[in-house]
Design a protein around this ligand. Sequence first.
Ligand code: NAP
Length: 560
Amino acid sequence: MSQEVKIVDAVVIGAGFAGLYAIKRLRDAGFSVQAFEAGDGIGGTWYWNHYPGARVDLECWDYSYSFSSELQDEWEWSQRYPSAQELMAYLEHVADRFKLRQQIQFNTRVEAAEFIEADNLWLVRTSDGKTRKARFLVPATGGLSVPKPPEIPGIETFRGEAYHTGRWPRQEPTYEGKRIGVIGTGSSGVQVVHSLAGKCKHLTVFQRTAVFVVPAKNHPLTPEMRQRARATYAERRSLSRITRFGIPAPMANESALDATPEERRAKFENAWINSQLLGFRQCYGDILANDESNEMVAEFIRSKIREIVKDPETSRKLLPYGFPFGTKRPCLSDTYYSVFNRDDVSLVDLKSTPIVRIVPKGVETSEGLIELDMLIYATGYDAFTGALSHIDVRGVGGRKLSDKWAAGAKTYLGLVAQGFPNLFTVTGPGSPGPLANMAMSIEQHVDWIADCMTYLRANRITRIDADKGAEENWMQHVQDVVSRTLYEKANSWYRGANVPGKPQLFLPYLGGHGNYRKKCEEVAAAGYLGFVLTRETTATGMADKAASRIAAAGLAGGAV
Ligand code: NAP
């Protein structure tokens, strides 16, 4: 006799920032929750990215949960930008403090999820061979969780140690006395390079595209600094909820073109000295929209690189060109450029000296063999869609989500993909996600999802889907907003350009965190405008469904 499959209200996938908060918030709203996590511990991104130097690039006061003032008050951040290890400790504390572990099954990967239309349930198959049923599926799988391999021939032949930054081993490797190569110079590569320089025999950096790196000005926090931050937390969080990037720093309005060269220089110097990730983008309102204004920042940073890096040839290779400043995520580091002044660090510019293949002893370039004991791939991620495409998700009519997204991901508001009812994508494609403070983006989405599920329960609505027109309008709006900026000029992971063969579509919403939050609130207040809600009326015991199509395709997804 077959065993009755238990039904839970929600299956949450992942136990990182998003998964943990989803468990808490849904449980507090009275829903039963089962979460699955592929790793053997919590932490998500911070669990997998344990590489040397891994550290968040937003200040701890912003990159942290805001839902509990007690949590804010009791957690003692040690540095302005916490390390992966500190963030893991924080998330473990959150899991223990709010007793979230009991809902999580570790070492378990969700392999498939199929929507059973007759019952409005998701049938979820996991790597332990079991199947569960859930009324709602909440993938909290993160936008950057599936590592992208470097497409270089011969990888499998390398006889030394090889690691991808996004799958760092739990047992920390040793570096002393080793010849180490790092391929990739995005945020991860930059952090690895400044951390390993001087800790190994020789470090070779393989750079395909030079990036803009601005000072982090990271520092330990004193009790007085923590006290000051705690005193202003409420104000800080309220302001963050309405700003473009979800941090308490509003954008300037004026154009860089209206300032004198002296005024600009003073502003840029100030941004360099008191840097934080968004410092330069906040100097003027048109840095990300006007080529000329953007080039002024770009050239200022190039002038700093020329000052710092002594060897003219190396300095020249490190100068970023070919994409506007800020359209690929700028990196933070206090020492990245200066490590190239060391004798035990060398730079290989892959534009002039490409890699031919990886061989057992190291990397063969067009100029010869570079022998290595360790190779670190800091080559990024299959962003936004990678995690869900790796799960066999099938919606209405058995359609695969990866097929729906084959020409580019589509959702309504980054929350629901039409044809995949009762599936909420936390910080999914079409939402601001990584273009704002991720911690704040996650909280906003999870709160919206929990409130939506509460509304559905109260109104005996068993199914929510996106309206097709609303989804199309929204994705068009996402593209319209980006077309008014310089972002499309970069081959970034924001538009899938880093993964060969991936459809190129700009996926995060650039309209700003504050505007987006307001839009989501309006949609909910209007009875979930742009969604198709189906109410179950079971007076006869039969599944008699009355579709309440409350979408107004012309309105839904309108500009914010
Ligand atoms: P990334 O920004 O996509 O950078 C990948 C790097 O690898 C790029 O330099 C890329 O060159 C290079 N690359 C890729 N394939 C290659 C190949 N076949 N041969 C040679 N080079 C290759 O990835 P990431 O550094 O892991 O960062 C991804 C995102 O994660 C960041 O933008 C950020 O949002 C987040 N992150 C944040 C932090 C932080 O908070 N501090 C740290 C790490 C990551 P091209 O540019 O030429 O493609």
